[in-house]
Design a protein. Structure first.
Length: 227
């Protein structure tokens, strides 16, 4: 790979981070003093979307290191190790922050929190793991295929489907299609119930609520739900 191509890829990554950081600041400014009524405690679709956007910026260094690895002349084992880290970073990040704080950094900024749907208490580690169980399985399958392509065929992780060395590329596309279908089911589920619970919330027994509700009406709303 020539130096111009490498510089172009690195510059694109840096520009992507700059854009993400800029819009993340705007999102923070929008949500930092926003207050909503207790009747909108489950209106979390947009905050969750923007939270994911911010979290992608938080994990940008992992993706950047992955890009540098792909562009560097390193061994297949180093490339495979970086692919492993890059693939699982999001899962471990979300599980840790949800189990520890009930929020990822993105959710902290947009002021929403994952809680137990019955008790409204902080989620357990088990619930945090259950929320990510299906994405973990799908990520594990796709990652396994990519690892095999890297170690057995010498393909680069960012160009598996373009590499002439890689066989059975339909497996990659099938796994990608299943992952895409899961994402769509998640969105449809969230938009078709009153509490905006996605399918992973039903699996884990969780719900996402606003943390910036008007305190005057919040207690009455919670007592009414528990009655």
């Amino acid at each position: 790979m020539n130096s111009e191509s490498v510089c172009g890829d690195v510059s694109a990554q840096l520009m992507n981070f700059g854009v993400t950081a800029f819009f993340s600041c705007l999102i923070w400014l929008f949500y930092r003093k926003a207050i909503v009524s207790a009747t909108k405690q489950y209106a979390t679709a947009f905050p969750r979307f923007w939270a994911g956007f911010i979290d992608s910026g938080v994990l940008w260094p992992v993706g950047f290191l992955g890009t540098i690895t792909c562009l560097s002349d390193v061994s297949q084992f180093v490339t495979a190790a970086m692919l492993l880290v890059q693939s699982l970073a999001w899962i471990f990040y979300t599980v840790f922050f949800h189990a520890r704080y009930g929020q990822t950094i993105g959710k902290m900024v947009t002021r929403v929190r994952v809680v137990d749907c019955r008790t409204r208490e902080k989620v357990t580690l088990k619930q945090a793991c259950l929320r990510e169980s299906i994405p973990f399985v799908l990520t594990l399958c796709l990652m396994s295929y990519q690892l095999f392509a890297v170690l057995a065929w010498g393909a680069k992780p960012d160009a598996v489907v373009q590499s002439d060395l890689v066989k059975n590329k339909w497996i990659f596309w099938l796994l990608s299609a299943v992952s895409g279908a899961w994402f769509l089911v998640e969105i449809l589920t969230m938009l078709t119930n009153e509490k905006r619970r996605a399918l992973h919330d039903f699996i884990a027994g969780t719900v996402v609520v606003r943390t910036n509700m008007d305190k005057g009406g919040e207690s009455g709303q919670i007592q009414e739900e528990r009655a």
